[in-house]
Design a protein around this ligand. Structure first.
Ligand code: TYD
Length: 394
């Protein structure tokens, strides 16, 4: 399906850059054999991950705690041998890796965006500024040996050359090691209609079915899948060398559920497309109605996801006054494609809008708790899925 012309989702830009803004057609397809849901074309990865990458994972306390707990679990269950070694693919600003550093565990992050990698290096973590692929895996083995655990938080689905990554994992992982990674889950995207998870960085939106098939081609096996609430519905996959561990009961159940939903068929994707069209048009209609009533509308959280919503729904910059975001690299810039100003939080607090679109809807609890006063003073939130609706907050 086509989502039309899209700019780079994290490509926040200055007014001077408007004229040369890069656009591409955002289109998805599903492989009829392995059931992988994927983008048809992706901009060059150097357009996406570079020395001024805008996304700093540690901006959210929910996500900091989430990855701290995962690191604790990996240390307790998977790093029992002598001088264990953990590698994280796409370590961003060190949101998960710092927990291994603090515990004195031998660790290495592999992160291509130099600016976010530097934030982790400045904190004392070991980070290789590089893309992860087969060659990187071989370099790591030569320098430090094989890994007991390889981790990836919201990154494996971002990498277009999946097979090079998978063969790198296969090479780098010890015989009894684990590869644990998590990504937004196709089952949640389809059932919630959260189509804003689809953007340039998310080349693959995984399901258990597709992950199982993809790693089987590399002599590896999906042995467990754990459903998570983060990022609006994610899945944590555990992959090992084939036959190294038994397959969990919950994975078997999840695969049965995916087949029931029809992820190995065709019709479910047709219905998803119709649902996206409905959500996009409901959002635009609501914003136009509020504008005609003279209401002030702002956005909260200039998430990459907001780029898909705004551009797909054909929202114009007159419908949303500003989007507040706590990330300094986004502030003072404009949203990709639509060019809504991104401001710091003070703009929001100093003059509360009547309605606020919660673009970072996956962090609703954290944000609505922080902004209790807004709700107490009558401010209303606009939520985007599974239906476009107005709520009063918590
Ligand atoms: P996020 O949902 O992590 O994701 P993505 O870019 O992957 O779609 O983005 C949340 C954005 O919201 C991020 O730019 C930081 C911002 N944010 C705030 O502005 N205030 C907050 O209180 C929180 C928690 C996040």
């Amino acid at each position: 399906m086509s989502f039309g012309k899209m700019p780079i989702a994290n490509g926040f830009l200055t007014e001077k850059e408007f004229q040369n803004e890069y656009f591409f057609e955002l289109k998805t397809a599903v492989c009829p054999e392995c059931h992988m849901f994927q983008l048809v074309d992706q901009p060059e990865d150097t357009q996406l991950f570079h020395d001024h990458y805008a996304y700093f994972a540690s901006a959210s306390s929910t996500m900091r705690e989430h990855f701290r707990l995962l690191a604790e679990r990996v240390m307790a269950d998977e790093l029992k041998g002598d001088n264990p070694f953990v590698v994280e693919v796409g370590s961003n600003d060190g949101i998960m890796l710092r927990n291994f550093m603090k515990a004195g565990v031998r660790h290495l992050g592999v992160e291509p965006s130099a600016n976010v990698a530097q934030a982790a290096i400045d904190e004392g973590m070991n980070v290789k500024v590089s893309y992860f692929n087969k060659e990187t895996a071989e370099e790591i083995i030569a320098e430090q040996g094989k890994a007991d655990a390889i981790l990836g938080g919201n990154v494996i689905g971002h990498i277009p050359y999946f097979h090079s990554v998978a063969s790198g994992i296969k090479t780098l992982l010890k015989d009894d090691g684990v590869f644990i990674f998590e990504n937004a889950y196709l089952g949640s995207v389809i059932s919630r209609g959260s189509y804003d998870q689809i953007y340039d960085e998310h080349v693959f939106t995984f399901s258990c079915l597709s992950v199982q098939n993809a790693f089987a081609r590399h002599g590896m096996e999906l042995v467990d899948a754990e459903q998570l609430e983060v990022h609006g519905g994610s899945m944590r996959y555990t992959v090992t060398h084939k036959g190294a561990r038994p397959v969990s009961g919950r994975l078997t159940k999840q695969i049965a559920w995916e087949k029931e939903l029809g992820l190995d068929g065709h019709e479910v994707y047709q219905k998803f497309r119709e649902n996206c069209e409905r959500l996009g048009s409901d959002f635009l209609t609501l914003l136009q109605k509020l504008k005609s009533e003279g209401k002030r509308v702002a956005g909260y959280g200039a998430a990459a996801k907001s780029t898909t919503i705004l551009n797909y729904s054909n929202v114009t910059s007159d419908l949303i006054e500003f989007i507040q975001d706590t990330t300094p690299t986004k502030q003072g810039k404009f949203s990709p494609g639509i060019h809504i100003p991104i401001t710091d939080r003070s703009r929001f607090v100093e003059s509360y809008p009547d309605y606020t679109v919660l673009f970072a809807w996956n962090l609703a609890e954290e944000i609505m708790t922080k902004e209790k006063d807004y709700s107490a003073q009558g401010g209303k939130w606009i939520l985007l899925n599974p239906d476009v609706r107005i709520v009063e907050g918590i």
